[in-house]
Design a protein around this ligand. Sequence first.
Ligand SMILES: *[C@@H]1O[C@H](CO)[C@@H](O)[C@H](O)[C@H]1NC(C)=O
Ligand SMILES: *[C@@H]1O[C@H](CO)[C@@H](O)[C@H](O)[C@H]1NC(C)=O
Length: 216
Amino acid sequence: MSLVPGMASLLLFSTLSVLFVFFPVWCKQEETSFVQRAGTIFAGRQYNSTLVVSNGGDFGSWTWPEMCPEGFYAIGFSLRVEENQVGMDDTALNGIRLFCSRPTDRSILYTVESHTGLFGEWTQTLWCPSGTLKSFQLRVEAPQGLFGDDTSANNIRFRCSSNPVIEGMGWTWGEYGNWSEECKGEGICGIETKQEPYQAGLDDTSLNDVRFFCCA
Ligand SMILES: *[C@@H]1O[C@H](CO)[C@@H](O)[C@H](O)[C@H]1NC(C)=O
Ligand SMILES: *[C@@H]1O[C@H](CO)[C@@H](O)[C@H](O)[C@H]1NC(C)=O
């Protein structure tokens, strides 16, 4: 069957409009294909200082550092957060993933996250409008005692070098502690988490504390 000209152009028009309507969406998702996991490949990168907070949880132990590649700094982050278990064992914050890029060219991204817990989904990535992550504050729930359900760290806030504070999409249990020091150099360039290993049926808390490295 041959198409009448009107029908053919209608077909062409709808194909094109589908392309134009959906292309921006594809482009947006396509961004993720330029994101590479750095893992421990750059763990030997020299850093200038370590950012800590004093209210981290006591469970578990420090795991391993992961660093952004040379010349890359953290400009955004995503959290792995377990949904509310309503009456069951909550772990809340399980992981923190930093997105690293060059300060002025965000076309290539690497991620670092150190050890991450087993539970939850990654939230959307939150970005500094410009600049890098420079200091942080951790929201931690105090120990709940022998029969309580401990969650430890629940949320995090970062201050950007361009000044805005960006807050993660974690839970609201517990309190924020004091701000860490600020990076003196360019910004945060690495992460190490303190994680409680999986308790198999006992009270899990997952992520308890985190420290970040600053590079000049
Ligand atoms: C930061 O550390 C690097 C590597 O150790 C060093 O070369 C640089 O001088 C340091 N910069 C500052 C501002 O401390
Ligand atoms: C938090 O900061 C305030 C004000 O600087 C200080 O008085 C307090 O001791 C700090 N708390 C901790 C736990 O370090």
